[in-house]
Design a protein around this ligand. Structure first.
Ligand SMILES: Nc1ncnc2c1ncn2[C@@H]1O[C@H](COP(=O)(O)OP(=O)(O)OP(=O)(O)O)[C@@H](O)[C@H]1O
Ligand SMILES: [Mg+2]
Length: 410
């Protein structure tokens, strides 16, 4: 009597199980198995009769190291074909298959892994999956998974990124904490919503000029909450109402949705773009429908961002669609000080240079008019040079005046 378990590529467990098998193989290849001689004999017999046993596949991954650099890592995963391995006292036959004639909605060939063992050993599957899951959780620790959309599916985009520290995005005093508290309260109120028949979801709208931390804040928030993040721009070409709706009803679990450029759904999209493009785009009613879509018991948290709040329709800012609207603006005095500290706290313990910096920022009229991104740029350029940052304020101010001139003459 045999039992088998099939895991298709579409299932989340697929990646973990392959990863786990790789780790398991490596530990088996590393040394003689601790099992008794009897086992080795059986194993060598099995090896002789299972042709695909050494058929490994190379998997190349870019990994982001904590210091920000990237490395390439190769690992061997069980390739297509049949394999056998031993786990605890059970032998497990693995068959990894690719059915090239059948494709999923992304146009990827359909794949599955089937594990087979004796009925008497069926309980090892449970342990195996638990180990595989634990391994994948461990690999994710301190990282944020980013999904992007491909056709109508969310696909993990590259390797999980190192979490962005929550306080590395400096919003106006108390603002990050306020948003974080609101999200936390929402996450704790699941039963409250369900008991009252209210769809369990919450929407946030972050608006403001470019470079004020909208995107970065949502990334940092996801890290803080241990959530993944699913990013989609509403101005993306080829994004139709249907696709948007499908994506928003199939958000991966524990994931913040980040819908960028919310205003795109409101512009007059019937006009062709400057390059003549007039393809499918999201419409206003399509966006509203997708936001109101079928309720699920899982939480759904959406952050929308825009640079043009004036282009949005009031219908969007209705509770249930957008519950909290937040403006992120140019750096205030408080934000400037915080950002200074993040870069130069060690180099300027007496804070004398900080005082000089703030004074000069006031004089040059930068206070409240420069974006936090520009400020970050200035500090990065003068990474170990607080004096340099102060000296460069003049230059930043004149750039700022030039760009203000450009926008006001538009
Ligand atoms: N408030 C902030 N605190 C710390 N860093 C910031 C802040 N605002 C911007 N930055 C930095 O500036 C860069 C751009 O920020 P980000 O992409 O989050 O801006 P944005 O508001 O989403 O802009 P856009 O409207 O153009 O999409 C990032 O590298 C980010 O680290
Ligand atoms: Mg952005």
């Amino acid at each position: 009597m045999l039992v088998d378990i099939e895991i298709t590529r579409r299932d989340k467990a697929y990646e973990w199980v392959l990863q786990w098998m790789t780790a398991h193989y490596q530990s088996q290849l590393a040394g003689p198995s601790r099992g008794a001689a009897r086992h080795s004999r059986i194993e060598s017999l099995i090896r002789r009769f299972t042709p695909g046993l050494h058929h490994l596949q190379i998997k190349t991954a870019r990994i982001n190291l904590p210091d920000g650099s990237q490395h390439t890592r190769f690992s061997l995963v069980p390739g297509q074909g049949k394999h056998i391995f031993r786990y605890k006292n059970a032998f497990i036959a693995v068959n990894r298959e690719r059915i090239t004639k059948s494709f999923d909605t992304n146009g990827e060939p359909f794949e599955s892994v089937t594990l087979t063992t004796l009925y008497a050993h069926r309980h090892v599957f449970e342990e195996l999956f638990q180990e595989a899951h634990a391994l994948s959780v461990q690999n994710m620790e301190g990282k944020t998974v980013v999904y992007t959309s491909k056709m109508a599916e969310w696909l993990q985009s590259g390797q999980p990124k190192r979490k962005r520290p929550f306080d590395s995005v400096v919003l106006e005093e108390g603002l990050s904490g306020k948003i974080l508290k609101d999200v936390r309260e929402f996450l704790n109120a699941r039963n409250w919503y369900l008991d009252r028949g209210i769809p369990y979801r919450r929407g946030y709208l972050l608006f403001g000029p470019p470079g004020t931390g909208k995107t970065s804040f949502v990334q940092a928030l996801a890290g803080e909450l241990d959530f993944s993040i699913a990013m989609l721009s509403l101005s993306e070409r080829g994004l139709t109402d249907d696709r948007l709706n499908h994506l928003l009803t199939n958000v991966p679990p524990r994931t913040l949705v980040l819908l960028e450029d919310a205003d795109a759904a409101f512009s007059n999209r019937r006009q062709a773009d400057s390059d003549g493009y007039n393809g499918p785009t999201v419409t206003f009613s399509g966006l509203l429908n997708a936001l109101d879509g079928v309720a699920s018991a899982e939480e759904r948290i959406i952050f929308m961002t825009t640079n043009h709040i004036d282009r949005l329709d009031e219908a969007l800012i209705r509770p249930g669609r957008v519950d909290m609207t937040v403006r992120l603006g140019e750096a205030t005095e408080w934000q400037m000080e915080q950002m200074w500290d993040r870069f130069y706290a060690d180099a300027d313990p007496e804070k004398t240079r900080k005082a000089l910096f703030m004074e000069k920022a006031r004089q040059t009229g930068l206070m409240g008019s420069v974006s936090t991104a520009a400020l970050q740029g200035l500090f990065l350029y003068n990474k170990d040079d607080a004096e340099g940052a102060i000296a460069m304020l003049d230059q930043l101010a004149s750039q700022q005046r030039a760009s203000d001139g450009r926008t006001s003459s538009k």
